[in-house]
Design a protein around this ligand. Structure first.
Ligand code: SAM
Length: 362
């Protein structure tokens, strides 16, 4: 969902909204001027748009903008929204100038004396555009022709939002949970280790954990392949990898930021792929299985794991397994066969889910 934060009744989001409507993604408007509360998380957001409004540096908007920047949710700030965005990127402690045309210090400048952490704005089709990182844009309206000049920027922002929607949702969800991920699942360690050992990797071999999160299984993979082997963990959410590094998991293996369906590895680069809690959340599981087969050497191993049973978990949540659920035996085994894997073992026990498959020779 695209979240728009509207500060004044007069500030119609029409130009922005029209551009974003073209993405077909749902839009939710928070009317601050009508007393509506600014959301306190970016969960479910594929973009955040903060519109113009009166001077001030409201804490809720700054907190939401900071959360969006942390999770790399695309952000568009217009007028005051652009100033708030710059303040949030700066840490939010900078002074804030009222909207008398003067830019706040350390925020959006119209001149060249920007500091290291306050990126310089530049002209795009007549509007002042500030870019922060890969996906946050601040737009200062043209004083005479506010809307037409900004249209091109809004259109390009909408294209970026649509292109990244899926990735943004994943990152927004896991960024918020990353710092406390391991605390929530303290008892799982031995079960992850036992599952990893079912891969039966040997000393000197190469192991990959896809969707590694905080890298909980990396020590067990290192244990198997020894100091001569190679261990790597791949994840799409930077905050998960940051948490992994904080826990010292970088000492057990390489931590890579990448998409499970487009791995930055050559064909046959690893002897074993481990993945926990990922496959059934991917939009195209077969695409992922095919990519994992590509990077796995012939006779290499795939191990899919979850520390609770799949069917049992569904029952516990009071929902039936959907006919197209990718982890049911009837769906997973044909998918594996079609993507270069031979199933060696499928266990959907009450206390764990475990699938072991072997890479077939091409
Ligand atoms: C449920 S968590 C599991 C983390 C870890 N495997 C564990 O068991 O603790 C799923 C992880 O997959 C990552 N993820 C989701 N989609 C991904 C994708 N397309 N490519 C790589 N990682 C992805 C998330 O960022 C998250 O860290």
């Amino acid at each position: 969902m695209i979240q728009i934060v509207e500060h004044t009744a007069a500030e119609s989001p029409s130009a922005v909204a029209a551009a974003l409507a073209a993405t077909g993604l749902p839009v939710r408007v928070c009317r601050v001027w009508a007393g509506e509360r600014v959301p306190d998380t970016v969960d479910g957001m594929v973009a955040l748009v903060v519109l113009d409004g009166p001077p001030g540096a409201p804490a809720a908007q700054l907190a939401l903008l900071r959360a969006a920047l942390d999770a790399e949710v695309p952000v568009l700030g217009v007028g005051t929204g652009a100033r708030l965005l710059a303040l949030a990127a700066d840490g939010g402690a900078g002074s804030y100038a009222p909207s008398d045309g003067a830019a706040p210090q350390g925020a959006l400048h119209d001149h060249a004396d920007h500091t290291d952490h306050a990126p310089a704005p530049h002209d795009e089709g007549g509007v002042r555009v500030l870019r922060i990182g890969p996906s946050a844009w601040g737009v200062r309206r043209h004083p005479v022709h506010p809307v037409p000049y900004a249209d091109g920027v809004y259109g390009r922002f909408a294209a970026l939002v649509a292109d990244r929607a899926e990735r943004t949702t994943t990152r927004a969800f896991f960024t918020r949970r990353a710092a406390t991920w391991d605390e929530r699942f303290t008892d799982d360690g031995p079960r992850y280790a036992a599952a990893a050992h079912r891969m039966e990797l040997r000393s000197g071999q190469r192991a990959l954990d896809v969707g590694c999160g905080t890298g909980r299984v990396l020590p067990a993979l290192r244990d198997q392949v020894g100091p001569a082997g190679v261990v790597a963990g791949v994840d799409l959410t930077p905050a998960m990898l940051t948490a992994a590094a904080r826990q010292g998991r970088g000492a057990q293996g390489h931590l890579l930021l990448a998409d499970a369906c487009r791995l930055p590895l050559r064909t046959g680069a690893v002897d074993g792929v481990f993945s926990a809690g990922l496959l059934n959340h991917l939009p195209d599981p077969r695409r992922a299985l095919r990519e994992w087969a590509r990077v796995t050497a012939p006779l290499g191993v795939l191990l899919l794991f979850h520390p609770s049973g799949h069917a049992e978990r569904a029952a516990r949540h009071g929902r039936p397994l959907a006919p197209d659920d990718p982890l049911t035996e009837g769906n997973l085994l044909p998918a594996l066969r079609a993507t270069g894997w031979r199933t060696a073992c499928y266990e959907d026990a009450p206390h764990h889910f475990l699938l072991r498959a072997v890479r077939t020779a091409d």
